[in-house]
Design a protein around this ligand. Structure first.
Ligand SMILES: Cc1cc2nc3c(=O)[nH]c(=O)nc-3n(C[C@H](O)[C@H](O)[C@H](O)COP(=O)(O)O)c2cc1C
Length: 335
């Protein structure tokens, strides 16, 4: 039986739901071409960071001040940023080259946390040919005086300041750590987001017991992480009018199918591509097609969201009642 795998995400038609998420796999033209040859439906470029844009502005400012005495503290103010080797110009060139050489949609990614002048770069992304923008809001509210209301408003302001600059769709990638996720999703939509990418995965620091120091540790995901996005996509599907992309923990055909049944418009992959290479895309697409054909689904559009909270026979399964049932039903040979 033939299966129509097409899906719509951010108003773009994708030939199937498997998208390469922002990662080093999407950071060069060579690997982008490999991903396209492997059959990926769209690519999200790695993020350009707010700090990289501001660093460039600062470098211009430094040039203007050449000859003036600058204290070492001023130069030492951006130690990490010195290591970010590519700036806005290289990034815009990557967008333009990707658009020239690929036929799949190219989504450019912007990573930041404060509304401000730097968001003007969004218009340059559009001019360089990006089909859409993914705004990755990476912010940890560590300040004792940062109330959730203030932090949430900052997200909304940031999304407005980007969406107001461009005509292309903007998806917002957020972390799951909101007290009221559903309300926040609705507010981001109202602020102009055409899509939500659920969820951002924060880098967790670790402690090195040998060296007795704190070290950042980037660990690839496993399928165990999938269920966070699964739950929220299922809850939000049908309640807000944005596209929903799943990111975090999609590795196998089963993972992709579950996310589609929950209501994802597309499934983004980073860890599984970094672990298995671009060819993994083909394995997943074939796996999805075979499963759908066996179950007599004719299209992804028909299948999408059929187990979302509003469609599934047991809506409690996504809520507190299920927590109680799960705890009570847990068995172990040691109890
Ligand atoms: C090495 C690496 C680099 C990443 N770089 C970015 C980035 O530049 N921008 C971004 O939004 N997400 C970035 N991510 C996050 C991924 O796009 C993805 O959201 C996350 O890894 C969860 O998906 P996964 O389980 O498929 O890995 C990166 C992830 C990895 C592993």
């Amino acid at each position: 039986m033939s299966v129509d795998l097409r899906t719509r995400y951010l108003g773009l038609e994708l030939k199937h739901p498997i998208v390469a998420s922002a990662s080093p796999m999407t950071g060069s033209i060579d690997s982008l071409k490999r991903l396209q040859a492997a059959g990926v439906a769209a690519v999200v470029l790695p993020s350009l960071f707010e700090e990289q844009i501001e660093h460039e502005e600062m470098a211009t400012h430094d040039l203007m001040l050449q000859g003036a005495e600058l204290s070492p503290e001023v130069h030492g103010f951006f130690p990490d940023v010195q290591n970010l080797h590519s700036g806005p110009e290289q990034y815009l060139a990557l967008i333009a080259d990707a658009k020239k050489l690929l036929s799949v949609p190219v989504i450019a990614s912007l990573n930041g946390h404060t509304p401000g002048g730097w968001t003007g770069i969004a218009r340059k992304f559009e001019d360089a040919g990006a089909d859409a923008i993914e705004l990755n809001v990476y912010f940890l509210a560590t300040g004792i005086d940062d109330s959730s209301a203030v932090v949430e408003q900052r997200y909304v302001d940031l999304v407005e300041s980007v969406t107001q600059q461009v005509k292309i769709p903007v998806a917002v990638k957020v972390a799951p750590y909101f007290s009221a996720m559903a309300n926040m999703a609705a507010r981001l939509t109202k602020a102009g987001a055409s899509g939500l990418v659920l969820f951002n995965r924060f880098l967790q620091p670790d402690i090195d017991l040998e060296e007795l120091e704190v070290s950042p540790r980037l660990v690839l995901s496993t399928s165990d992480e999938l269920r966070l996005a699964l739950r929220w996509i299922a809850i939000l599907r049908g309640r807000i009018k944005t596209s929903l992309a799943a990111t975090g923990g999609a590795h196998t055909t089963d993972d992709v199918l579950k996310l589609l049944l929950a209501g994802a418009d597309c499934v983004m992959l980073a860890s599984s591509l970094l672990a298995h290479g671009a060819g993994h895309v083909g394995t997943l697409v074939r796996g999805v097609q075979d499963w759908m054909s066996e179950r007599e689904y004719t299209s992804v559009e028909q299948m999408k969201g059929s187990l979302s909270q509003e469609s599934c026979p047991d809506p409690d399964a996504f809520e507190r009642a299920n927590y109680m049932k799960a705890l009570k039903s847990y068995t172990s040979e040691f109890v």
